[in-house]
Design a protein around this ligand. Structure first.
Ligand SMILES: [Zn+2]
Length: 117
């Protein structure tokens, strides 16, 4: 992802309106690009600050720390989706192999070893 693309996605990031793929690319870029991270931090601080003012929440908040927590939470989400899709792919692959073996057995093209008879 280029900086121009990343900057157009900041609002979507803050409002949780990104697809999984967009989020993955965005997080990868933000991790490597201090300029875009600074831009994100500025927008995040303004957005969260305005929201808390509207809600009249007057306690002190460490908004840059909240952003770091949010980024960590979303990175965990991306890793979780990766793990799930990897597992589902592996299960699908095993099912396809079993299906092919059953078809070949049914057609008499292969025989089970004596061990399984
Ligand atoms: Zn950038």
């Amino acid at each position: 992802m280029k900086c121009e693309d990343s900057l157009t996605k900041i609002e979507a990031y803050i409002h949780d309106k990104m697809s999984y793929r967009e989020l993955e690319d965005f997080l990868e870029h933000i991790k490597e690009c201090p300029d875009c991270y600074d831009e994100l931090e500025t927008y995040y601080t303004i957005t969260v600050g305005m929201k808390y003012l509207e809600e009249e929440r007057l306690e002190a908040y460490n908004i840059p720390h909240m952003l770091k927590e949010d980024l960590r939470k979303k990175e965990r989400y991306v890793r979780w989706i990766h793990a799930i899709t990897g597992t589902l792919f592996a299960i699908g692959l095993v099912l396809v192999i079993l299906f092919v073996i059953l078809i070949l057995l049914y057609l008499g093209r292969i025989e089970l070893p004596i061990l399984f008879k």
